[in-house]
Ligand binder design. Structure first.
Ligand SMILES: NC(=O)c1ccc[n+]([C@@H]2O[C@H](COP(=O)([O-])OP(=O)(O)OC[C@H]3O[C@@H](n4cnc5c(N)ncnc54)[C@H](O)[C@@H]3O)[C@@H](O)[C@H]2O)c1
Length: 330
């Protein structure tokens, strides 16, 4: 249909394009690998399986257009080898979690900053066309104004946020001095299939779903009145692919990637209990250090410069996510 908005599944990349997805055995990375293969392109996944899953890495191994490298982005030679012949880098490898970063600042610096810098340098040396990387809404720190808008950032509240901010600054230098087209994607609380519900640092949506399905009582940190711009994985895939096709003029920038909505944790909780048909009251725990109270994104910059146009509202995404967890969490 003429004039109709083209979904990411219709995007065209030059034949035989090769994408490198770092962190491709993780939640977001494995979804990116799947989407790229569905477009008919080639994918190389680089992951050290530190928080990712072997089953994600192996999921596409029957596809001749898929290749897995077990390796660490902290090692520059590994990055260089992984970038050989690559057209587009989607750098997702990093450790998440604000509280864990407060416990392990040295590791976060090495993994999330030096690792990304290694990838930037390897991409430059290898003549990569576009370098798209995962940043985070945490870079807004204590900035109180909503919606969060690029260019209006506050004081950083955690080592994790600092690592993402440093990555953005390094990427800018690579665009400025070496003409590497870099695009930072500030993800806002992503959720969806394959996001891990396990461990002390798990994201809240898969954790609650698993606990409720297992008859356990979830703990809400704080009063549950915190709000977030929860973003379905499909929107994040779209953003990454559109960034690969973005103009040189838009390079060296960071973009909010969200739906532009605002969901309160307590409402999500009761929405989940209703959808799962369980009647469990939550327990309220202390606030978490380094957390912000509210987060909601202005996505106009990504719309304008990347052509980003998220199609998945929270309501639509959560329905699909619940169905996926019901089938896959056993
Ligand atoms: N999930 C979210 O809501 C969210 C929000 C903001 C930003 N992000 C960022 O998006 C990216 C992906 O997050 P995710 O939720 O998919 O996390 P994830 O833990 O599921 O995936 C991260 C992957 O990176 C791999 N990895 C970590 N360090 C590595 C290293 N040194 N070398 C090679 N591989 C390494 C892990 O094994 C894992 O497979 C991260 O950069 C994260 O900081 C995520």
């Amino acid at each position: 249909m003429r004039g109709a908005k083209m979904g990411y599944k219709e995007l065209k990349f030059p034949e035989n394009s090769l994408f490198l997805v770092t962190g491709g055995a993780g939640f977001i990375g494995s979804n990116l690998c799947e989407a790229i293969l569905a477009l008919g392109c080639r994918v190389r996944c680089l992951d050290d399986l530190s928080t990712g899953k072997k089953e994600n890495a192996d999921m596409f191994s029957d596809n001749p257009r898929y290749e897995f490298i077990l390796g660490d982005i902290k090692d520059y030679d590994t990055c260089l080898k992984a970038c050989e012949g690559v057209d587009y880098v989607l750098n997702q490898a990093a450790w998440g979690s604000v509280p864990r970063s407060i416990e392990m600042p040295l590791f976060y610096c090495a993994n999330n900053i030096q690792g990304t810098l290694n990838m930037l340098e390897a991409a430059r040396q290898s003549g990569v066309k576009k370098f798209v990387y995962a940043s985070s809404s945490s870079v807004y720190g204590d900035e109180p104004n909503l919606p969060k808008t690029e260019g209006v950032e506050g004081n950083l509240l955690s080592p994790y946020a600092l690592t993402k901010r440093c990555d953005e600054e390094w990427a800018k230098q690579y665009t400025r001095h070496y003409s590497l087209d870099t695009y930072g994607l500030r993800y806002f609380n992503v959720f969806g299939r394959r996001q891990s519900p396990d461990g002390a640092y798990a994201a809240v949506i898969p954790k609650f779903i698993k606990q409720l399905l297992n008859g356990e009582t979830p703990v809400i940190n704080g009063d549950g009145k915190q709000s977030r711009d929860f973003t379905y994985i499909e929107n994040v895939i779209e953003a990454n692919l559109r960034a690969c096709l973005a103009s040189h003029e838009a390079a060296g920038e960071a973009f909010n990637i969200a739906y532009g909505g605002r969901e309160y944790l307590i409402d999500i909780y009761y929405g989940l209990t209703e959808a799962l048909g369980v009647n469990v009251e939550p327990v309220f725990g202390p606030d978490r250090a380094g957390d912000i109270k509210h987060s909601n994104a202005d996505i106009s910059k990504a719309k304008r410069l990347l052509g980003y146009s998220p199609e998945w509202s929270f309501e639509r995404g959560i329905k699909e996510a619940i169905e996926w967890y019901k089938e896959n969490l056993k």
